[in-house]
Structure formats: structure tokens, C-alpha cells
Design a protein around this ligand. Structure first.
Ligand SMILES: Cc1cc2nc3c(=O)[nH]c(=O)nc-3n(C[C@H](O)[C@H](O)[C@H](O)COP(=O)(O)O)c2cc1C
Ligand code: SF4
Length: 474
């Protein structure tokens, strides 16, 4: 049977309808029997996703950057590692506890992304769905110059126009809630606390491109988000706010690379989340071969504001964690220097700790030493800003330890499809001199298919630039 046709037929059931979600409920043999797919295919899907072959009864502890370098972090023997649970503001995190609420604040007035969290003065959820015609929405999004907040900063309007202009019987909108960068949790905040902004953003996109169906893909490490989003969908449906637009929620199963847009679509279709070459881009040929707009959750939350105000949304949420006095999600004006964000948004260094450097934009982001904290946080001035995670590291963390942490993340999350990334990430921390490491970085960067392999060298190059001696000191 055709995988796409099968997944499509079953997708109307919430969080079911693909081999991936079936595997959560029953063993591979049973899934193969039920679906008619060959057992090796089903086992191939199972072996790809950490959550489908790890023991759920084992204690899980987070080994994301903020948790790894938190003073109290110890990884007991027999503990399963999770690369980030979106609780970087209160480390060390584990599946054994209920996460504390995400602290948030704003150093711009009024906030745009976090407007839904304002107790007084924020627009009501219902007003977010008050959208004009598809043509007007597309014009407003293009005119605003809105760029994606998920990392690549691609112009949102251009993507929507490409999807709308591609002849097709049907189109899809996909909200990317896979937020895997250790150090980020704004998508979790939005999905759990103001899902209507995301739904209204999806509705705007659907209207602009002519899509009838939407899917929200939420990472498995965010167990509370799917229920809250489903409740919001039910509310919006009951109030007649979605019209004929149908939205389904699917959840991930423990793969970082699944956040890459083509891999995400493979996961939604119930396959191994392996990125494919582009072009064709998903906007032309995405889910089930149909034009599909994949948009980050934060980007979608901004869209209704942009449509209402018809102007540039020059803000972004950065997530502070690590050696900072007040970790949390902070909305800033894009272009605010990192040092000012840490001082005004995070209250400076945590008591008794001296900040040495920041990892900005996750494990494929940038390392900025304290001397470079005057760098403005914007996509133009800091390529690698990514989704905006800022993990502050204190003087107890050597450049070598951070390098080894990044190398370990890279080798465990590489999907393994291309050799430079698969084999190269295993070699990273075995390089004993700078010249060999630089050669390897160049091979990984130029020989890798997707943004993962292409981005792995980025923070390591920064470490070499700023902390050359620490990198190879034994
Ligand atoms: C390895 C890798 C992981 C990614 N993970 C995410 C993710 O978790 N969330 C996300 O929105 N985008 C992620 N992206 C970027 C997506 O491919 C895509 O550009 C994005 O979802 C588009 O939405 P935006 O334009 O609103 O940013 C990732 C990219 C790569 C290469
Ligand atoms: S670069 Fe790495 S993560 Fe991306 S497709 Fe190749 S092996 Fe997979």
C-alpha cells in the first residue's frame, strides 16, 4: 500500500495515522500487520526515533547545554539522556518532574510575540482570528518583510507566494513546533500559553495560499503542549473561527533533525526524519507532493499582528539560561546588543558566577566571548542567531568542554544519511591539532546535505577564534 495514501486516510484521527504514531502504541510486528508495510520498513522507522526504542521507565535527564553546565548536573549511571526538554530556565531537567512555569518578560513596549501573555491590554484571542481576504493577508506579509524566526530567516511572504502560485488541487500549512535547539523554549511557551496566536497565524497562511488543511508538529519532549493546543483548536472550531480549515496535531518522537523542514514532512508522513535535497522546496512540493508552507511557531504567532498593523515586526524572543540571574524568555528589539539583553532582560550574571561566554542560537549557532557582548542580536549582524537561544556560560566552563559537548550533540543527532556529517561528527573531538580540526570542519561543512552538517562547524570555528589555546590544552 502507498505510505502517503495510508497516512492521509488515517490522519483525521488525532495524533495517529502514521507509522510513527502507531509505533508508540504497539510493537513493530503488529504495526506491520495492521498497515501492510514490510516489517523492515517499520523497524527502520522505529530505529530512527529515540523515543521508539528507549525504555520509557528509565529515568531521563536532560543533557542540553544549560542543564549540562548547571552546577547541580550529575548524570547517574543508567539514566537515559534527552538533549533538551525546553526547561533550560530551571536546570537540571528530567522527565521525573513537572516543569515550573516559564518565566517571561519584555524589554520592548509593547511586545509583539508575547502580546498574548499580557494580562491587561493584550488583544483578545478572538480578535487574532479577525483576518481580511487571502490577497490582503499575502500583501501585508510581503510588505512587512517578515522573516522566519525558526533559524533560516527566510522571507515568509516569498514562501507563501511560491506555495500559492504553484498549481495544485490542495495545499498544506505546517506549524513547526519541533524546537530542538538546546537553550530555546519560546515555542513551548507560545503553544502552551497562547496557542490561539499560532492557530490564527496558520489560518492566515491557509487563507493566503489557499490551503484547506494544517498540521502542528510538536516535539515529544513537550508533553503538555499537544493537549493545550487541541483544546484551543476545539474552542476555535466551536466558535466558528476556523471556517473550513482543518488542523491536526502530531507529536515527535525524539529526533533533533526532524525539525528541518523536509525531515519534518517525512516524520509527518510516518517515515524516518531524514532531510532530502532542495529544490524542490516544500512550498512547491511538500507533504504528499503538494505545496506546503512550513513555518516556525514563533513566526506564525507574529503573523496576525503583522496583518493587523501592516508593518515590520522588529522584535524576537530570546531565551536566556545558564549563568544569568533571571533566566527566561525575553522579547527584545532585534538589534539589541547581547550585553544589554543579558543585563536588562536577565539581570546580569547569576550571584557568585562570572560570565565567560555565550552560546547563541543553539549547537549550530555562535559562541560569543564576553568581549563581544556588544554584538547586536539580529539576523544580519549575527548569522547563526538561529531561534534565539542564549546560554550563558561561566568561568568554570572551558572552551574544550564546550567543544566536547557540541561534538557529542552533533554525533548523537546526525541522522547519518551523508558520510561527511555521520563520520565527521564522530571524529571531531579526536582531532589533536588545529589544522586537522579545520580540515575536518571544512569537509563537514561543504560535504553535508542539510543545515545540520553545514552548521555544526559554526560555533566550533568561534571557539578556535577566541579560545585557541584552551581548545588543545591537555
Ligand atoms: C537540523 C535542523 C533543525 C531545525 N529545527 C527546527 C525547529 O526545531 N523548528 C523550526 O521552526 N525550524 C527548524 N529548522 C528550520 C526549518 O528547516 C525551517 O527553515 C523552518 O521551520 C521554517 O520556518 P520559519 O521560516 O518560520 O523559520 C531546522 C533546520 C535544521 C537544518
Ligand atoms: S547533514 Fe547530517 S543531519 Fe543533515 S542529512 Fe546529512 S547526515 Fe543527516
Amino acid at each position: 500500500m502507498d505510505l502517503v495514501a495510508w497516512a492521509r486516510r488515517h490522519r483525521s484521527r488525532e495524533d495517529s495515522g502514521n507509522v510513527l504514531s502507531e509505533l508508540r502504541e504497539r510493537p513493530a510486528e503488529s504495526v506491520a500487520r495492521r498497515t501492510g508495510f514490510p516489517l523492515p520498513f517499520v523497524e527502520g522507522v522505529q530505529s530512527f526515533y529515540d523515543d521508539l526504542h528507549s525504555d520509557p521507565r528509565k529515568p531521563h535527564l536532560c543533557t542540553g547545554t544549560a542543564c549540562t553546565f548547571a552546577p547541580a548536573h550529575i548524570l547517574p549511571a543508567g539514566t537515559s539522556e534527552v538533549h533538551c526538554m525546553g526547561q533550560c530556565y530551571a536546570p537540571p531537567a528530567g522527565r521525573h518532574r513537572t516543569p515550573p512555569p516559564i518565566p517571561w518578560r519584555t524589554i520592548v513596549t509593547p511586545p509583539i510575540v508575547l502580546r498574548g501573555l499580557l494580562a491587561v491590554g493584550g488583544p483578545s484571542a478572538r480578535a487574532e482570528y479577525d483576518l481580511p481576504s487571502g490577497e490582503e493577508i499575502l500583501d501585508a506579509v510581503i510588505a512587512s518583510g517578515l522573516c522566519g524566526r525558526g533559524g533560516a530567516a527566510y522571507p515568509t511572504g516569498a514562501k507563501w507566494k511560491a506555495a500559492r502560485d504553484t498549481p495544485a488541487p490542495e495545499r498544506y500549512v505546517v506549524a513547526n513546533g519541533d524546537e530542538g535547539d538546546p537553550g530555546t523554549y519560546v515555542d513551548r511557551l507560545l503553544l502552551e500559553e497562547c496557542p490561539h496566536l499560532v492557530l490564527a497565524g496558520m489560518l492566515a497562511c491557509a487563507r493566503a495560499i489557499g490551503a484547506g488543511r494544517g498540521i502542528i508538529f510538536i516535539r515529544g519532549e513537550y508533553p503538555d503542549a499537544p493537549g493545550k493546543v487541541r483544546a484551543a483548536i476545539a474552542e476555535a472550531r466551536a466558535a466558528g473561527l476556523l471556517g473550513g480549515f482543518d488542523i491536526t496535531v502530531l507529536t515527535g518522537a525524539g529526533s533533533y533533525v526532524a525539525g528541518e523542514e523536509t525531515a519534518l514532512l517525512a516524520a509527518i508522513e510516518g517515515r524516518r526524519a531524514e532531510p532530502r535535497p532542495k529544490p524542490p522546496y516544500p512550498a512547491e512540493r511538500g507533504l504528499e507532493g503538494l505545496p506546503t508552507v512550513v513555518q516556525n511557531v514563533e513566526t506564525l504567532a507574529v503573523v496576525p499582528w503583522v496583518v493587523r498593523h501592516r508593518r515590520r515586526a522588529g522584535t524576537k524572543v530570546v531565551c536566556l539560561s545558564g549563568a544569568v540571574a533571571h533566566p527566561g524568555a525575553v522579547e527584545i528589539a532585534l538589534g539589541t546588543p547581547l550585553g544589554e539583553v543579558v543585563e536588562r532582560g536577565g539581570g546580569g550574571a547569576a550571584p557568585g558566577r562570572r560570565i565567560k561566554m555565550a552560546l547563541v542560537g543553539g549547537p549550530m549557532g555562535r559562541v560569543l566571548p564576553l568581549s563581544a557582548f556588544d554584538t547586536p542580536l539580529a539576523y544580519e549582524t549575527l548569522p547563526g542567531l538561529g531561534h534565539g537561544g542564549v546560554v550563558l556560560l561561566d568561568e568554570s566552563v572551558s572552551a574544550r568542554r564546550l567543544f566536547e559537548h557540541l561534538a557529542s550533540f552533533a554525533r548523537s543527532e546526525s541522522c547519518g544519511s551523508c558520510t561527511p556529517c555521520r563520520a565527521g561528527t564522530w571524529q571531531l573531538d579526536r582531532m589533536r591539532d588545529e589544522a586537522s580540526l579545520l580540515r575536518l570542519l571544512r569537509t563537514i561543512e561543504t560535504g553535508s546535505l542539510c543545515g545540520f552538517g553545514q552548521g555544526v562547524p559554526r560555533p566550533i570555528r568561534d571557539l578556535l577564534t577566541h579560545y585557541r589555546r584552551e581548545m588543545f590544552a591537555c
